[in-house]
Every structure is written in structure tokens, then in C-alpha cells.
Design a protein around this ligand. Structure first.
Ligand SMILES: *Cc1c(COP(=O)(O)O)cnc(C)c1O
Length: 370
């Protein structure tokens, strides 16, 4: 019988050399880590082993391990927040677990009970709580990862895997020197395609995204805008989902591309849509998941109907866009150097739920000792 993931089997080994968290103003995204990590081994024979929290350490893997050869790797990106009462919260972490399991299935890696992993993550957060910086914009970035650890060069379903989690304290994505991002629309490469794997958070999706970003940076942009097809359908911005605000007759329209297989189903994207549908008046707003091309955006801008553009993702929540370069022309977003009004609202709505200041549904989970 292959065992299910079981949080009650958790063992905890604390570090003998505890480190001090860095001062808040020295935090750099993903560069420093907490003292501990989570690991759970899986094998085809035994299923999920006993989860363990232990001092953070290097992995020792044979050079023929499949993760190094065939990209048997997937990950999640989520955050833990310290609220004003000193409790530790995660934001819709069940959505990350659902997505991680979809990624696992697609990558021929083992699935697991997401609620059990969340209980383990909660214990980890309580162990490394001192590393969660307090204050607006501060959080602990969590990186759950699943890799295939079978040894051998045969291309087949891994019979060994490792589920692990590391964590990095982070400050506000946009420091005091906030500037909206400028994009280059990429035409010579696509991020994802219908029936591909762009909708899964597989490491394989990111290796090919750096060169287009580098090209965009050479022309002075911060990110690239991903297009798909002859029609120039807009799909994502860098590793974020993308939203547009248009003037549409006497209403405004919030538009994001639909989940058609070429879009990563972001938790922030889903939260933005649900909150917009709940909080914005239907007399004034249309909320759309529909296809949109770069040509339509250019035309809207020319007609004065382009109001706001922003990316969404866990790292920044929202990232305002002020310019899109497409075929040597610049599509200017009228919000210029500022957050657009809706972009700002979305940021505030989500932030206040993340830090436990506002309750919304069951979106904020408080870490409790097992
Ligand atoms: C992770 C990711 C997002 C954002 O997802 P969130 O769950 O909102 O953090 C968007 N696009 C890509 C390509 C991503 O990898």
C-alpha cells in the first residue's frame, strides 16, 4: 500500500546554530533564507514518507537524477504574513495546493493531499516565525518544490520524488523608489501554446523566458509582454497575469485573457476578478475574461479608451504598466508614473485580506499548532 501524505507523522529537528534575521531594509528577494526547511520523500513502493522539518541544508543527488536531465520539477510561490496580533497567515494557500497537484499530475510526479501539506507548512511557519518580517509589504516568501529523484537516464515516470519547501523573508516589491514598468511586446518567441504546459507552474516554463526579458531590458524595458498567434493575442506580462482597464461606452471594462491553456491561472488573477465582481458596481463596470490583441490595445490607446494596465502575481500583488513598445511604437498608458485608481484599489483589497485586517470568505488562513 502506498501511504498518503500525513502531517501527523511530522518530525522536527531544530538547528543548533540559529541565525538572526536580517534587518528589514537589507532584504533582497530570494537571496536569504530561514533556518529550516521541509522535506517529504516519496517512492512508488512506499508512497509518502514521514515529513520532516530540519535545519536548511544542501541536497545530495546523483548526477544522473532525472530532475537534472528532463526537468521533472515544479514549484509554487506563496507568502506568509504576520498580522497585527502576531499571528501567521497565508493567503488562499489551498489554491496553491490545487495548482501544485495539477502541475504534479502533468509532470508525471506524485500528487498529495494539499491540506496535509498546508498543516506541515503551518508548523514550519511557527518554527521559523522570527524570520517573518512584520509591517506593510513585508512577508515570508514560500517556495514549495517537487522534483523527480529517480536515478537513471531512461525517460520514464519517476519512481522517487522529493517534496520540499524553503522560505525567504521579503520586503515590499516596489521599494520607496516605485516606478511603473515599461514592456516590450515579444514577437519572436511565445511563452505557451494551446494544449502545451504553460498553465502549469513547471520549471521548464521559465528557462526560455529569460532571453526575451534580456532583449527587452536591452531596449530599456523592465519586462516583456507575451503575445500568441498571428492575431497578436496578449497572454501574460513576464511571469505575471495581465489586466487592462478600458473605457467602454459609458462604462469601464476590466479585461484579462481567459484561461485557455496558454495562461498560468494566478491566485492573484482569480482574487482580482472575484473582488472586482463583488466590489465594483455593475452599473459602472464590466468584468471580462476575454481574448484581447495588441492591435486592439493600440487602437484603444489611440482613441483615449485605454485607462490602466497592470500585472498581477504573488510577488508584487499588482504591478502598474505605463508603456508598451510594439513594433518600434510606444503605447502609452495615461496613468504615467502613478498607480491607476483601480490598480490601487485591487492592491488595497488584497493586502488588507492578506494581513488579516479584512475578512473575505476563507481566504486568510491562520497557522495553528498541530
Ligand atoms: C506564478 C505565475 C503567475 C502569478 O500567479 P500567482 O498565483 O498570482 O502568484 C502568473 N504568470 C506566471 C507565468 C506565473 O508563473
Amino acid at each position: 500500500m502506498s501511504a498518503p501524505l500525513d502531517a501527523s507523522k511530522l518530525t522536527i529537528e531544530l538547528t543548533k546554530t540559529p541565525s538572526s534575521p536580517l534587518p528589514k531594509d537589507e532584504l533582497v528577494f530570494g537571496k536569504t533564507f530561514t533556518d529550516h526547511m521541509v522535506e517529504v520523500e516519496w517512492s512508488k513502493e512506499e508512497g509518502w514518507g514521514a515529513p520532516k522539518i530540519s535545519p536548511r541544508h544542501p541536497l545530495t543527488l546523483d548526477p544522473a537524477t532525472v530532475v537534472f536531465h528532463y526537468s521533472f520539477e515544479l514549484f509554487e510561490g506563496m507568502k506568509a504574513y504576520l498580522d497585527s496580533k502576531g499571528e501567521v497567515r497565508t493567503f488562499r494557500p489551498n489554491k496553491n495546493m490545487e495548482r501544485m497537484n495539477r502541475s504534479a499530475k502533468r509532470a508525471a510526479l506524485p500528487e498529495f493531499d494539499g491540506e496535509e501539506f498546508l498543516k506541515i507548512i503551518d508548523q514550519f511557519l511557527l518554527v521559523d516565525k522570527k524570520f517573518i518580517p512584520q509591517g506593510e509589504g513585508y512577508s515570508l516568501y514560500l517556495r514549495p518544490t517537487l522534483i523527480g529523484t529517480s536515478v537513471g537516464l531512461g525517460v520514464s515516470k519517476p519512481d522517487h520524488a522529493l517534496l520540499y519547501l524553503i522560505a525567504s523573508p521579503v520586503g515590499p516589491y516596489f521599494g520607496p523608489n516605485f516606478k511603473p514598468v515599461s514592456l516590450e511586446a515579444t514577437e519572436y518567441a511565445v511563452r505557451a501554446w494551446p494544449k502545451g504546459y504553460g498553465q502549469y507552474k513547471l520549471g521548464a516554463n521559465y528557462v526560455s523566458s529569460i532571453e526575451p526579458q534580456t532583449q527587452a531590458a536591452k531596449k530599456g524595458h523592465n519586462q516583456n509582454l507575451w503575445l500568441f498567434g498571428e492575431e497578436g493575442y496578449i497572454t501574460e506580462v513576464g511571469a505575471m497575469n495581465v489586466f487592462f482597464v478600458f473605457k467602454n461606452g459609458d462604462k469601464k471594462e476590466l479585461v484579462t485573457p481567459p484561461l485557455n491553456g496558454t495562461i498560468l491561472p494566478g491566485v492573484t488573477r482569480d482574487s482580482t476578478l472575484q473582488l472586482a465582481r463583488t466590489k465594483l458596481s455593475a452599473d459602472e463596470w464590466i468584468i471580462s475574461e476575454r481574448e484581447i490583441t495588441i492591435h486592439q490595445v493600440k487602437e484603444k490607446a489611440a482613441n483615449g479608451e485605454l485607462l490602466e494596465v497592470f500585472g498581477t502575481g504573488t510577488a508584487a500583488i499588482v504591478s502598474p504598466v505605463n508603456n508598451i513598445e510594439f513594433r518600434d511604437e510606444h503605447i502609452k498608458v495615461p496613468t504615467g508614473d502613478k498607480f491607476g485608481p483601480l490598480t490601487e484599489n485591487v492592491l488595497e483589497w488584497i493586502k488588507s485580506i492578506q494581513y488579516g485586517e479584512t475578512e473575505f470568505d476563507d481566504w486568510s488562513r491562520v497557522a495553528k499548532k498541530l
